[in-house]
Design a protein around this ligand. Structure first.
Ligand code: PSU
Ligand code: MN
Length: 300
């Protein structure tokens, strides 16, 4: 790991020395994906969920010209305040580091940084993917999964996306999609997109065994998709209506590029009276727990 541009947090340094399994967490969901003040609470709860399952959390963000692997609670609070901070995907990393800007990392930037630090497991909510319709917009989360040997635990691609196109993209680029106790890929807000996974797994050991073979044979990214907790899931039809409206609004207002995903997520949160936020929190915690179990199984 390059020490000029990377720094390990003290707890991550200790975990390394003690040979404990690590799970990387992103900061865009904290700074741009969830409303204040619940965002900071969820960030801490995710870290606690990882610890409760016997692994060590490494929340990642850019600070003072370095990629920090394992933010401290005080640093995490800065990311939750969300001031003077850039949403950093992979293409933004050199700019943010050279200018010493504070940057929250997307799934793409988090996966990339985790790989550089030798961390194999990342937990998040929904990954980015192929956006619907024109203008052409494909999240860097996808190509980064195609190039970095990291397992990402998620609730599938965000339902704001073109799910069929996203599923095809994963297949084209050789990224195995596993279903956690399910045969079809979840769609972040709902339990199923109706699109098949490549294999169903029911235990952390099964997921770890497949990942191990994948990496031994030169494979890169692999997804473990977990359906959102049933008590919180939102019905597709209701969501579709909200999304149609939000996407039309984004187009009228000229919202595009990095700002589109946060805009759509916040509209869905408003229109569901916060139900989507409760769901997002529940699935983030669930995914953090499962990621920790898989990280442990990978060490065994
Ligand atoms: N999952 C969530 N909330 C989020 C995101 C994912 O539950 O805010 C973020 C992730 O950081 C993901 C990003 O990488 O949205 C995708 O943004 P874009 O479509 O601009 O690549
Ligand atoms: Mn995009």
């Amino acid at each position: 790991m390059n020490t000029e541009y990377f720094r390990l947090g003290p707890h991550v340094e200790a975990a390394r020395a003690g040979g404990q399994p690590l799970v990387a967490l992103e900061t865009v969901v904290v700074s741009f994906g969830l409303p204040r003040p619940i965002n900071l609470q969820v960030a801490h709860e995710m870290e606690d969920a990882v610890r409760a399952e016997g692994a060590v959390p490494a929340t990642i963000g850019l600070l003072e010209g370095r990629v920090v692997i394992g933010l401290t609670p005080a640093e995490l609070a800065e990311f939750a305040r969300g001031e003077n901070l850039r949403k950093v995907s992979r293409r933004d990393i050199p700019v943010a580091l050279a200018r010493k800007e504070k940057g929250a990392t997307t799934v793409a930037a988090t996966v990339w940084a985790a790989a550089r630090a030798g961390i194999r497991v990342v937990a998040t909510g929904g990954i980015g993917g192929v956006h619907r319709g024109a203008p052409f917009d494909v999240s860097n989360d996808l190509p980064t999964l195609a190039t970095e040997p990291v397992l990402v635990v998620c609730a599938g691609p965000k339902a704001i996306l073109d799910l069929r196109a996203t599923r095809e993209w994963l297949e084209t680029h050789g990224i195995p999609v596993l279903g956690w106790g399910i045969e079809t890929m979840p769609a972040f807000y709902s339990a199923s997109s109706g699109l098949p996974v490549d294999a169903r797994v029911d235990t952390a050991e099964e997921a770890a065994a497949i990942a191990r073979v994948h990496w031994t044979l030169g494979g890169k990214g692999i997804l473990v998709t977990v359906p959102p907790p049933a008590d919180f899931a939102l019905p597709m039809e209701r969501l579709e209506a909200i999304l149609e409206e939000a996407m039309a609004e984004a187009e009228r207002a000229g919202v595009q590029g990095w700002a589109l995903t946060p805009f759509l997520l916040s509209r869905v949160a408003e229109r569901t009276g916060g139900e989507s936020v409760a769901l997002n929190r529940a699935l983030l915690l669930e995914n953090a727990r499962i990621a920790a179990r898989i990280a442990r199984a990978l060490e065994a």
